[in-house]
Ligand binder design. Structure first.
Ligand code: FES
Ligand SMILES: [Fe+2]
Length: 438
């Protein structure tokens, strides 16, 4: 498949893209997982227009603190400037395009380019130019226009997101009802959360959507793919109960969950973590109500569209950063409640290393599946048939307490279909005003 130039995208491109997924019936064209032309449209229409998570407040607590990450494949710097606000700008010099920061994180007064020495402030503005007198009376040299390309930055519950589209909706509108669910993680305690120092990075030879869709709603795989790891850790595979579990989604963001309260947390194999959750249950219930409080550490997983996923109970956030159509760079963080006992910090860190790090017992199982799916879908005959993602069609219910679209039974693919609905909405909409709220 090929597409016309982004600026002159034709209606036939939109029709071709629309034909790739059928979110109502649950069919996916395999090319969305490997075709470079589709991937090029994703970078432009999804990653360059969506709110992309870049940092938690506790990762850049003081003026001068910064980290480097990605929005799609674009390298960015996330920095706390002298106005005490978090700024996000492209990590590429306005002169020849060199990176102006090569460190992963640190504290700086400015960012200085290696090549000819231009320097930029903590807010991305051009602050120093080598031998600036050479530009005197130069009609095209305007310091104000030569700062680093800045993103909009908005935050929710201490989570900072960046967006390069001036016409995108606010972060609050983008998240919609999903904010109410994020509060389960971000606001179950008045102190909020903190990210534990350090960020694990690893590469997977898979399309970025496989892990994103896995976390948004693939409880189906859990007791099969991870059965040997679960048996090794517990001697039994936990049960999921259709009548006490759900998938919820809003605007393409989704969470699949049981209401077992500590199912995920128990797999960290640190009994003190489960004790802490049980001791805090009354507080969670008071802040979140009955049903949401049961989700604080339950068997569950979630994705904020497009590429921020998290696990309640395991206390890990992660982003799936695209590196080409068939490669993904995974960034993983561990978090905990700021008010939790200090002794739990190390236990959460160790528990996530055991389960959801590159060497973790669950993550290794998952990575293998994502990589094999990506590779096999590209076969010239294989690609002729679509993939079925139809589990749980017709399972939407009204729930007296839960917001957004609610589907009975976490073993379901309703959230996959919602994810691909949002995907195709964005891929085919020339402007944000054409993207419907879901
Ligand atoms: S490329 Fe950065 S100063 Fe020339
Ligand atoms: Fe998994």
């Amino acid at each position: 498949m090929s597409f016309s130039h982004p600026q002159s995208r034709q209606t036939e491109d939109a029709d071709a893209l629309r034909g790739l997924v059928d979110p109502k019936q649950g069919w996916l064209d395999r090319s969305i997982f490997w075709d470079p032309a589709i991937y090029a449209v994703e970078l432009e229409r999804i990653f360059a227009r969506s709110w992309i998570f870049v940092a938690h407040d506790t990762q850049v607590p003081n003026v001068g603190d910064f980290l480097t990450t990605y929005v799609g494949e674009d390298a960015v710097i996330v920095s706390r400037a002298r106005d005490n606000k978090v700024h996000v700008f492209i990590n590429s010099c306005s002169h020849r395009g060199n990176r102006v920061c090569f460190a992963e994180a640190g504290t700086a007064r400015r960012f200085t380019c290696n090549f000819h020495g231009w320097s930029y402030g903590l807010d991305g503005a051009l602050s120093g130019v080598t031998a600036e007198h050479l530009y005197k009376n130069n009609p095209t040299f305007d310091r104000k226009k030569l700062g680093l390309h800045k993103a909009r930055v908005e935050s929710y519950g201490g989570m900072h997101f960046a967006n390069f589209d001036p016409d995108a909706p606010s972060l609050a509108d983008y998240l919609g009802d999903f904010r109410w669910y994020l509060d389960i993680i971000l606001d179950n305690d008045e102190g909020g959360i903190e990210f534990i120092d350090g960020n694990i990075k690893s590469r997977l030879k898979c399309n970025w959507k496989f892990p994103a869709e896995n976390f948004i709603g693939d409880a189906y795989h859990a007791t099969w793919t991870h059965s040997s790891a679960l048996l090794a850790l517990f001697g039994k595979v936990p049960e999921m109960h259709a009548d006490r579990s759900y998938q919820v989604n809003a605007n393409g963001h989704g969470w699949e969950f049981g209401t077992d309260f500590v199912g995920n947390a128990a797999t960290l194999c640190e009994p003190e973590i489960v004790d802490y959750l049980r001791e805090s249950e009354a507080m969670f219930q008071e802040r979140l109500g009955k049903t949401r409080s049961r989700m604080v550490g339950s068997l569950s997983s979630a994705t904020v569209f497009p590429n921020l996923s998290f696990l309640a109970g395991h206390n890990t956030f992660r982003t799936w950063n695209p590196k080409g159509p068939t490669e993904t760079e995974l960034h993983t963080w561990v978090f905990l409640n700021r008010n939790a006992p200090d002794a739990l910090k190390e236990k959460y860190r160790r528990g996530v290393m055991l389960t959801f790090s590159p060497a973790g017992v669950f993550e290794m199982d998952d990575g293998e599946n994502f990589e094999h799916c990506t590779a096999s879908n590209a076969g010239v005959v294989t690609r002729r048939r679509k993939l079925h993602t139809g589990l749980g069609l017709g399972s939407e219910i009204d729930h007296p307490e839960l917001k957004g679209h609610v589907h009975q039974n976490q073993i379901n693919e309703a959230n996959h279909r919602a994810f691909y609905q949002r995907w195709v909405d964005l891929m085919t909409a020339p402007i944000w005003a054409d993207v419907p709220a879901r």
